[in-house]
Design a protein around this ligand. Structure first.
Ligand code: HEM
Length: 731
């Protein structure tokens, strides 16, 4: 139906952003509020999951695979292929660069993902699963169910998976924080703006805009017909390498995933049907189903999904290496599917690639992107090795599939269920298991005093280092955080944002305290990771005391120290921030074209902060003088190092007139009457006075009662950040 643009109902009409398109968006800081969660704020998914009849659920999924429904008949008598694709597309949106996307939140249910062209007909897969979701209710989330179903499908085909970790609570709205690209059209109309307009498919492949992983809007990864449908496997390989690389998959993982996944099922392009709108654009009566197909039955052997018509293997419902056999032992000719899409056929191949419904066998077929595994020298060396070594392929696919599904789960302590593998994987950023006794409250008190007395430490550098340690956390993939003390390891120890020289002074002091404590106790130990956080607590307590507040910053012991060998330097580099407005840091040579204040909000979103939490943390940290470089930018106080509300009072003071420098990044505040310079500040400071909503929050901390509220709120927000990765105590 037509969108009633003239509707005068709630939420319609032009909005502020239509008038002022550059307005800083704070919406990403108010997602997933308790109020819009139908399960309520106290719902504990881990507890609900503990009541799940896990193996009963798996048996039901297995039975469902072969219960073909007339409204969407199963190919080859099983929904296995469709469900594996559903799981892969759910997990496959993950990007290692910013940790966003992925299957961890059940986002495939919501727009835009539910309506991406690449996700065509996965609405049917989810609808097929609905009776099972209904039966098990809250004890299994959609997020877990979509992935577990793919796992069960693989097992039903005789594939030995490594197991499954559940533990992904559902969300109830589209995740608005993910930058999916700036295009306004989907593939195939999608243009090449994420390649800066270049259509040189070789040169551009490694210049895909960060943090994106897919080559075009609406694709999970790459165009199956080659870049922009050019039919060329060689340049397709370059796109595949780049796109899969963006989710942390290397060459052999890429080959394993494609050769493993395309061992099953088929593609759908039997006719040149013009499909109806995707679910999000569908009429009410379609009930969230999309891609209506009016040719023939519109399903079964008339189904059209991608418009490609390929059956990769002679055994599409049984784990075998027939995909690779076919790829390497057939001669391929470029052709068109019945729907007109470019694909390959092996005209002289045997006629025993089974039809899904009528049993009439076909010749071998492949996608252009499949031929990439044969035409690219690096991919083909790996793949050819596996043609004759099925066990190697099996092991490689099992590991890569497990990684695909669990890549954004964070630490192993988040995994639930009876099938969690004992083995730890490097992508889980492993932490050692320790057997020593943890420190108690009395120890913490003593340690605080020792830290504050240590040479070289100050309130500012202790707070800055504790922040640097904890604030690497990313809510998207649960990587980073203070546990592990990875700030003392490569690559974090050398990051500019951490001011390596200052960091070393603090680490040396804390390591001395650690050694002396651990030497003095037999079975009890303190970790560097805990000491970094304790240092922050001690510094904040001292800063609060200096402004007249006796407080104790809550602390939970139990962090451990990671090893360098368990710290994957290249993927950890993705956590190196483009900017950290909390410490007034901006990497001017980075990939991001964003404004400094947008980077601040982006980081706050990664830290799962609300707008008030972001505001009070910036104001409090400025008061504590924690700029990464020790500069005075935004330190709007005469008493740096005391926990005051001076930052807000001075920022909102009309007697200061602010003027930008030529870069627009640095501002000087002068006395309106005398013209004397009073302060300097950055965009990450002035935004709290210029953005109407942030200003409204800043006023709360500047007005009467604001000082008390700042101390309380700052400590609460600080403790939240320090504990963001403490799944070990939350579970
Ligand atoms: C189906 C493309 C990687 C699993 C398909 C289809 C396309 C496609 C176009 C047909 C959809 C349809 O018309 O029904 C690609 C491309 C990939 C890729 C371009 C990367 C270069 C993967 C991976 C997996 C996978 C990594 C799993 C590990 C599947 C399965 C099907 C499928 C199981 C069959 C679905 C069914 O039987 O209904 N793929 N794919 N694919 N894909 Fe992929």
């Amino acid at each position: 139906g037509q969108c009633p643009t003239l509707s005068d109902m709630a939420g319609r009409g032009t909005r502020s952003r239509d008038w002022w398109p550059c307005q800083l968006k704070l919406d990403v800081l108010r997602q997933y509020s308790v109020e819009q969660n139908p399960l309520g704020g106290t719902f504990d998914y881990a507890e609900a999951f503990s009541k799940l009849d896990y193996f009963g659920l798996k048996a039901d999924i297995k039975a469902l695979l072969t219960q073909s429904q007339p409204w969407w008949p199963a190919d080859f008598g099983t929904y296995g292929g469709l469900f594996i694709r559903m799981a892969w597309h759910s997990a496959g949106t993950y990007r290692a660069v910013d940790g966003r996307g992925g299957g961890g939140m059940g986002q495939q249910r919501f727009a835009p993902l539910n309506s991406w062209p690449d996700n065509a007909n996965l609405d049917k897969a989810r609808r097929l699963l609905w009776p099972i979701k209904m039966k098990y209710g809250k004890s299994i989330s959609w997020a877990d169910l979509l992935l577990l179903t793919g796992n069960v499908a693989l097992e039903s085909f005789g594939f030995p998976t490594l197991g499954f970790g559940a533990g992904r609570p559902d969300t109830w709205q589209s995740d608005e924080s993910v930058f999916w690209g700036a295009e306004t059209t989907f593939v195939p109309e999608g243009n090449d703006i994420r390649y800066n307009g270049s259509t040189d498919y070789v040169a551009r492949a490694t210049h895909l805009e960060e943090p994106l992983a897919a080559t075009h809007m609406g694709l999970i990864y790459v165009n199956p017909q080659g870049p922009n449908g050019n039919g060329d496997p060689k340049s397709s390989a370059l796109d595949i390498r780049e796109a899969f690389g963006r989710m942390g998959m290397n060459d052999s993982e890429i080959v394993a995933l494609i050769a493993g996944g395309h061992a099953f099922g088929k593609t759908h392009g039997a006719t040149n049907a013009v499909l109806g709108p995707p679910p999000e654009g569908g009429a009410l009566e379609l009930q969230d189903l999309g891609w209506a197909n009016s040719v023939g039955t519109g399903n079964g052997d008339d189904a059209v999904t991608s418009g490609l018509e390929v059956i990769w293997s002679k055994t599409p419902t049984k784990w075998s290496n027939d995909y690779l056999n076919s790829l390497f032992h057939n001669n391929w000719t470029l052709t068109h599917s019945p729907a007109g899409a470019l694909q390959f056929i092996a005209p002289d191949s045997t006629l025993d690639y089974p039809d899904p419904f009528n049993g009439a066998p076909r010749h071998a077929t492949m996608l252009v992107s499949d031929l990439a595994l044969r035409e690219d020298p690096i991919f083909s060396a790996i793949a050819e090795d596996w043609v004759n070594d099925f066990d190697k392929l099996t092991n490689a696919f099992a590991a890569a599939w497990f990684k695909l599904l669990h890549r954004d789960m964070g630490p192993i302590s988040r995994y639930l269920g009876p099938e969690v593998p004992k083995q730890q994987f490097s992508f889980q950023d492993p932490l050692p298991t320790v057997s020593y006794t943890q420190i108690n409250d009395a120890d913490v008190k003593k340690l605080k005093a020792e830290i504050l007395a240590a040479p070289g430490v100050t309130i500012s550098n202790l707070v800055s280092v504790a922040w640097g340690s904890a604030s690497t956390f990313r809510g998207g993939d649960k990587r980073g955080g203070a546990n592990g003390a990875r700030i003392a390891l490569q690559p974090q120890v050398g990051w500019a944002v951490n001011n390596p020289k200052q960091l070393q002074i603090v680490l040396n002091a804390l390591n001395t305290v650690k050694t002396s404590f651990n030497n003095a106790h037999r079975a009890k130990e303190v970790s560097l990771a805990d000491l970094i956080v304790i240092g922050g607590c001690a510094a904040i307590e001292k800063a609060a005391a200096a402004s007249g507040y006796t407080i104790e910053v809550p602390f939970t012991a139990g962090r451990v120290d990671a090893l360098q060998v368990d710290t994957d330097i290249s993927t950890f580099e993705n956590l190196n921030p483009q900017g950290d407005g909390f410490r007034n840091y901006r990497n001017s040579s980075g990939w991001s074209l964003a404004r400094t204040e947008e980077i601040l909000v982006d980081k706050a979103q990664q830290l799962t902060l609300t707008a008030p939490e972001m505001t009070v943390l910036v104001g409090g940290m400025r008061a504590l003088n924690t700029n990464y470089d020790g500069s005075s930018k935004g330190i709007l106080t005469e008493k740096p190092g005391q926990l005051t509300n001076d930052y807000f009072v001075n920022l909102l003071d009309i007697s200061t007139k602010w003027s930008p420098d030529s870069t627009g990044e640095l501002f000087t505040g002068t006395d309106r009457t005398t013209g004397a310079t009073k302060w300097t500040a950055t965009r990450a400071d002035l935004v709290f006075g210029s953005h109407a909503e942030l200003r409204a929050i800043a006023e709360v901390y500047a007005e009467a009662g604001g000082q008390d509220q700042l101390v309380t709120d700052f400590v609460a927000a600080w403790v939240k950040v320090m504990n963001l990765d403490r799944f070990d105590v939350k579970n």
